[in-house]
Design a protein around this ligand. Structure first.
Ligand code: GLU
Length: 488
């Protein structure tokens, strides 16, 4: 169905970090390109020097690299349609601006910002949609000369034919009807000569032979203008596909308050790129109504724009956590530990050379393998194995205090542990349960108190396995130490 050679681009502005919405757009472009054996291009839209920065540029590159969305052409990759940073393409834009001016497709406008605002104000007052009234569209050359002599710097406006057919067929939204008469002659170059977004975007899409423009729905109002510019320059506009907006679970536009953040923050929190990509793919796209787990390789095979929905896609951070957990569970204990190392090392849990600590951390993490959701949680999950001074949280303290028999019972449990010849989870469980029964105490209460004494917490891995891993000596010490709670 896709007839032309596929060339798509992701075109971020380095005016901020890459966020979830941008990453999803990048992914859809990437998958579309790979599915159709096409070319994926990265184009950096850094024409606004006041808002663009090298820091954001690098951060966007890092985020795309982390997600493994490798671009075929673009900064660092090169390509024959470069340069791929718009700040380096000014000469190209100037040439097209000049062309358009020569052909009468654009004209100089001398209206001052004050005049424009005043007119807009009047239009608003009469209930009209504010738009440019075309005052400078047909200025006689002598008048232009006179205004220029006064020192007025003109901007350049695109001459938009109100009868032009700018309706387009969007691959996701279907036919988008446009009445060109609703649009006005928009600015394509500012008084300082710098070209505006709609112009450079249309020029680059044409100049880089982009076949499909896949981008967020928030750009849909720009599309007819870009089609008009493209045609005026003698190009066939690309095919458009506008992907639905991302929404929070409350269906309002996605924002920080829904847990949305920069992609690299998810990396820092210990999400896996493979899980993150899988999650992003399902934001607006589905394979069928059931299957949810896909590797990047599988996505390349099955992705299609036909299965992108029109309605907004809900971003649910809990689903991301769940999915990350699913991917973490695919790892062996060894892999899980190695992937968690970058979090465990700075937390001081393991060092490079300490085999004993490494073995303990690996085994401790393995006990939580079923529950862990992000690698960033790893230090917290295992740290109580390594701290000598356990601090009891409030609920843990309560569980200690609720132990029938209090100090004496805890001491008995400690003695029992010390006396066990074979300190395994099974042996320990058997004797603890037997002791509880003998004393007529619920085994649950003993287990809760033991967990509190050993970890300071009320949740964690299975108690007896955790104790076995800690080792007899530590366990006995911690149980004895916990008796101090009763004396407070
Ligand atoms: N620089 C624009 C943005 O970041 C690109 C829009 C487009 O893809 O055309 O929203």
């Amino acid at each position: 169905m896709i007839k032309k050679a596929v060339r798509v681009r992701f075109a971020p502005a380095p005016t901020g970090h890459l966020h979830v919405g941008g990453a999803r757009t990048a992914l859809f472009n990437y998958l579309f390109a790979r599915h159709h054996k096409g070319v994926f291009i990265l184009r950096v839209e850094d024409t606004d020097p006041a808002r663009s920065s090298e820091e954001y540029y690098s951060s966007i590159i890092d985020a795309l690299t982390w997600l493994e969305l490798e671009w075929d052409e673009g900064p660092e990759a090169g390509g024959k349609y470069g340069p791929y940073r718009q700040s380096e393409r000014r000469a190209i834009y100037d040439e097209y601006l000049h062309k358009l001016k020569q052909s009468g497709g654009a004209y100089e406008c001398f209206c001052t910002p004050e005049e424009l605002e005043e007119r807009r104000e009047r239009m608003r007052a009469t209930g009209e949609a504010p738009r440019y009234n075309g005052r400078c569209a047909d200025l006689p050359p002598a008048e232009r000369e006179r205004l220029a002599q006064q020192g007025l710097k003109p901007c350049l406006r695109f001459r938009l034919d109100p009868k032009a057919d700018l309706t387009f067929d969007d691959l996701i939204r279907g036919r988008v009807e446009i009445d060109a008469a609703d649009l006005d002659d928009f600015v394509i170059a500012r008084p300082d000569g710098s070209p505006t977004y709609n112009f450079v975007c249309a020029v680059d899409d044409a100049n880089m032979a982009i076949s499909h423009v896949i981008r967020g729905e928030d750009h849909i109002s720009n599309t007819p203008r870009q089609i008009a510019v493209s045609r005026a320059l003698g190009f066939e506009p690309a095919t458009f596909a506008h992907v639905p907006l991302l929404l929070g679970p409350d269906k309002s536009r996605l924002s920080k308050r829904h847990g949305a953040k920069a992609v690299l923050e998810y990396k820092e929190e210990g999400y896996l790129p493979e899980a993150f990509v899988n999650f992003l793919a399902l934001l607006g796209w589905s394979y069928d109504d059931e299957r949810e787990l896909f590797t990047l390789k599988e996505l390349k095979k099955v992705f299609s724009l036909e299965r992108v929905a029109k309605k907004g896609a809900v971003f649910d951070v809990d689903k991301l956590r769940w999915m990350n957990g699913v991917y973490l569970r695919k790892f062996s204990a060894e892999e899980l530990f190695e992937r968690a190392r970058p979090w465990l090392e700075p937390a001081g849990i393991v060092g490079m050379e300490d085999d004993e600590r490494v073995a303990l951390a690996r085994a401790a993490l393995a006990l939580e393998h079923d529950k862990v959701k992000t690698l960033g949680e790893a230090p917290y999950l295992v740290e109580f194995f390594f701290t000598e001074e356990i601090e009891y949280d409030d609920r843990a303290t309560k569980n200690l205090l609720k132990l029938p028999g209090g100090v004496d019972m805890l001491r008995d449990v400690a003695e029992l542990c010390a006396a066990l010849p074979d300190f395994t989870a099974e042996a320990l469980e058997k004797s603890v349960r037997a002791l509880a029964e003998e004393r007529g105490v619920s085994a649950g209460k003993v287990i809760h108190a033991m967990r509190a004494a050993l970890s300071g917490r009320t949740t964690g891995p299975s108690l007896f396995e955790m104790a076995a891993l800690m080792g007899q000596e530590r366990v006995v010490k911690r149980l004895m130490k916990a008796t101090s709670v009763y004396k407070r």
